[in-house]
Design a protein around this ligand. Structure first.
Ligand code: AMP
Ligand code: ZN
Length: 473
């Protein structure tokens, strides 16, 4: 079997074949950091974290980029309301993001770029789009200009959301203050308004539109054509459609090979959203429910199906987590107290069959719902064996390594990594970094350093070799 993913670009399941053998470039749209994120936002963070873990597990070197949108209208309004700068607001809610995301077991991205730190790249892409004749400048009364993408000049527009330009035109809205030739056109660059942060550009002072940051940062860190780009289904149009138009008109190359979108988290049959006011922050949710239960709840549905956020669902997940954790602690306890002779061959055989079903589920468009089902079947099998008075070492070895492995991918059992196994993993990465430096692959060696830094591990190159230590908080 090999991994198959449902690609929104073709609306079919396709075999996953990355651009570079053995490597995956993966961009996931991140949060706008003007507030705490809600439990609906947590859905893409959790499900794509699992896809990333799975890709790593099956042997890919994954470069996972998730941005922080740290400049837009919401950022500006909230900063003004609080009497702080947009940069201070971003700093605060990036820190809050990590508090919640770390607690939910969402592994940190390889790179977590911020829009405001990539103005040069953003201006560069806009310049290319203008040069190719797909964008135009409109002077505003202040003398600075807006720059708009000219949708009618780009024939494939609509190919991701499967709408024709004419259909889209019918539903297009013009926002106050926008002076564009066509209601479908969207801002790449917005002229400075009083009281707003701004940057110098060839079109005068201003700030970037929302969509351009993802095109610019994706190609900076992952190259012009990437393997996977993900986000919630609401991002398909206009955000991702616009990202495609920007990137492909600038480079002339395909921007993304596999587009993945998660379904909505609903509350009372409605999309949970900030604007509707029907949201629960991830912070509040994890005060109410164990973080592992929140993860299990999200993974118990297929990522493309809608799910309803209701107390019963969360309570059921919490019960599930208790079963998983009890199984793990019973195993450890039994190994301490009830090791005996005997044969575990039939256990190992059944486990193998379940293990194969786990991979089958994950290979089928990472069907975590089915994979979680298999995990519970494994727990049931282990629990049946745990009823015996004496159990052979081979049973414990097989059961423990199976549960560790699935927990490493799904992150719902909460098995602590032993310090030894973490140390071995870090040493392995250091070795890989040394090899990369030897072959002058400095991009890779820097990536490894950043990846470790994101996990709080600092490297120090000494004449005796590379040493590592934990960064003090
Ligand atoms: P935002 O900060 O609004 O751009 O959202 C961050 C991510 O959360 C995006 O990928 C959105 O598509 C996703 N998202 C927002 N609301 C929901 C929801 N109710 N269910 C699932 N995903 C959502
Ligand atoms: Zn984006």
């Amino acid at each position: 079997m090999s991994l198959v993913l449902y690609n929104d670009l073709t609306r079919t399941k396709e075999k996953f074949v990355p651009v570079r053998e053995g490597c995956v470039s993966f961009y996931s749209c991140g949060p706008t950091v003007y507030d705490y994120f809600h439990i609906g936002n947590a859905r893409p963070f959790i499900v794509f974290d699992v896809l990333r873990r799975y890709l790593e597990h099956i042997g890919y070197k994954v470069t996972f980029v998730q941005n922080f949108t740290d400049i837009d209208d919401k950022m500006i309004n909230r900063a003004n309301a609080e009497g702080i700068t947009v940069a201070q607001l971003a700093e605060r809610f990036i820190a809050e993001y990590y508090q919640d995301a770390d607690a939910l077991g969402i592994r940190r991205a390889t790179v977590a770029p911020r829009a405001t730190e990539h103005m040069a790249e953003i201006l560069d892409v806009i310049g290319k789009i203008v040069e190719k004749g797909h964008a135009y400048e409109v002077k505003t009364s202040s003398g600075d200009s807006d720059v708009y993408f000219d949708v009618r000049s780009y024939a494939p527009y609509g190919k991701l959301s499967k709408q024709s330009i004419d259909e889209l035109e019918a539903g297009a809205r013009v926002e106050v203050g926008e002076v564009k030739r066509d209601p479908l056109d969207f801002a790449l660059w917005k002229a400075e308004k009083p009281g707003e942060p701004s940057w110098e550009s060839p079109w005068g002072k201003g700030r970037p539109g929302w969509h351009i940051e993802c095109s610019a940062m994706s190609s900076k860190y992952l190259g012009e054509t990437i393997d996977i780009h993900s986000g919630g289904v609401d991002l398909t149009f206009p955000h991702h459609e616009n990202e495609v138009a920007q990137a492909e008109s600038a480079t002339g190359k395909p921007f993304v090979n596999y587009w993945l979108h998660n379904g909505f988290l609903l509350i009372d049959k409605e999309k949970m959203s900030k604007s509707l006011g029907n949201f629960m922050t991830a912070r509040a949710a994890r005060e109410k429910y164990p973080p592992l239960a929140i993860r299990l709840f999200m993974l118990s549905a297929h990522y493309r199906s809608p799910i309803n956020f209701a107390p019963e669902g969360l309570e059921q997940a919490a019960g599930g987590v208790t079963r998983l954790r009890n199984c793990w602690s019973d195993l450890l306890y039994a190994r301490e107290n009830r090791v005996g002779d005997g044969d575990a061959a039939s256990f190992v055989k059944e486990l193998k069959a379940l293990d194969a079903r786990f991979y089958e589920a994950m290979d089928d468009d990472f069907n975590t719902a089915a994979a979680v089902g298999v995990l519970f079947e494994i727990v049931k099998l282990v629990n049946t064996w745990l009823k015996k008075d004496r159990l052979p070492v081979a049973f414990f070895d097989a059961a423990e390594s199976q549960l560790r492995k699935l927990d490493d991918i799904l992150g719902v059992v909460g098995i602590e990594k032993s310090e030894d196994s973490e140390a071995a993993e870090i040493e392995g990465l250091i070795e890989e970094r040394n090899a990369a430096r030897k072959s002058r692959d400095f991009a890779r060696s820097d990536d490894i350093r950043d990846e470790l830094l994101a996990r709080g591990i600092v490297l120090e190159d000494t004449p005796q070799g590379t040493k590592w230590k934990r960064k003090l908080a």
